[in-house]
Design a protein around this ligand. Structure first.
Ligand code: KIV
Ligand code: NA
Length: 264
């Protein structure tokens, strides 16, 4: 089978087929996820926490992401690979283009950045230069110090309306995928219905077009705690390949995330 493309993901949204995504940081796990038919692998800056042991994603560098992207790309045949632009690596359009180029040369098919309307011109510039972009709204972990902790976002009406406004502006700027993290189920549904592009949720309920998990959370091996919205798929399966299949199956059948993994 050919590489999953952004147009394939758009078609999956139209046909109401759920998109399953997971983070990956190395060649061996990437091969397992790729062979299981996971559509998207994210080389997330979550690696700062689950691989490097930091208490936030802020210390992660472009070089870190490039290194792990190359590892993931070495064994990935079908899955679309997204690489995170880390904290303060996309402050100006010029800096954004250079850092995104490094990640694309390392094997990424798309880059992801966190934030709303202020990113519009950088996003449009990336796309004009041939780099597909994924947005990220809701709980954006690079802003943990502004939020004052890892908290559910968009619970107040003003906040929710601003998030919808940001999502539409990002789509207008040209993003082809949006990650929505830790928002109430109702807001996730509103965003998913408002956008033509696929919306991938994490801690955002079942109404989004797809799901993403940090792989360490999906296997219950995170060094810190396992967030409420995650599930250890190894418990029922006892085998990594079967755990990945179960995750995909439960996303496709809207069994995961359940109410116990969602915010209201
Ligand atoms: O870095 C990461 O793993 C992410 C996901 C949680 C969406 O951005
Ligand atoms: Na990230």
């Amino acid at each position: 089978m050919a590489k999953i493309s952004v147009s394939r993901l758009a078609k999956m949204k139209q046909e109401q087929e759920k998109i399953t995504c997971i983070t990956a940081y190395d060649a061996s796990f990437a091969a397992i996820f790729d062979q299981a038919g996971i559509q998207v692998l994210l080389v997330g800056d979550s690696l700062g926490m689950v691989l490097q042991g930091h208490d936030s994603t802020l210390p992660v560098t472009v070089e870190d992401i490039a290194y792990h992207t190359a590892s993931v790309a070495s064994t990935t045949e079908k899955s679309l690979i997204i690489a995170d632009l880390p904290f303060m690596s996309y402050s100006t359009p010029e800096q954004t283009y250079n850092n995104a180029a490094t990640l694309m040369r390392s094997g990424a098919n798309m880059v992801k950045l966190e934030g709303g309307t202020w990113l519009s011109s950088s996003i449009a510039g990336l796309i004009e230069r041939g780099i597909p972009v994924c947005g990220h709204l809701g709980l954006t972990p690079q802003s943990v110090n502004v939020f004052g902790g890892y908290k559910v976002q968009g619970r107040e009406k003003g906040e929710a309306d601003k998030l919808i406004h940001d999502a539409l502006a990002l789509q207008e700027a040209g993003i082809q995928l949006l990650v929505l993290e830790c928002v109430p189920v109702g807001l996730a549904k509103r965003v998913t219905e408002a956008l033509d592009i696929p919306v991938i949720g994490i801690g955002a309920g079942t109404e989004t077009d797809g799901q993403i998990l940090v792989m360490h959370d999906a296997f219950g091996i995170s060094a810190g705690f396992c967030p409420k919205f995650s599930k250890n798929f190894l418990v029922e399966t006892g085998d990594i390949r079967r755990a990945v299949e179960l995750y995909k199956e439960q996303v496709e059948n809207k069994i995961f995330p359940g109410a116990e993994h969602s915010f209201f």
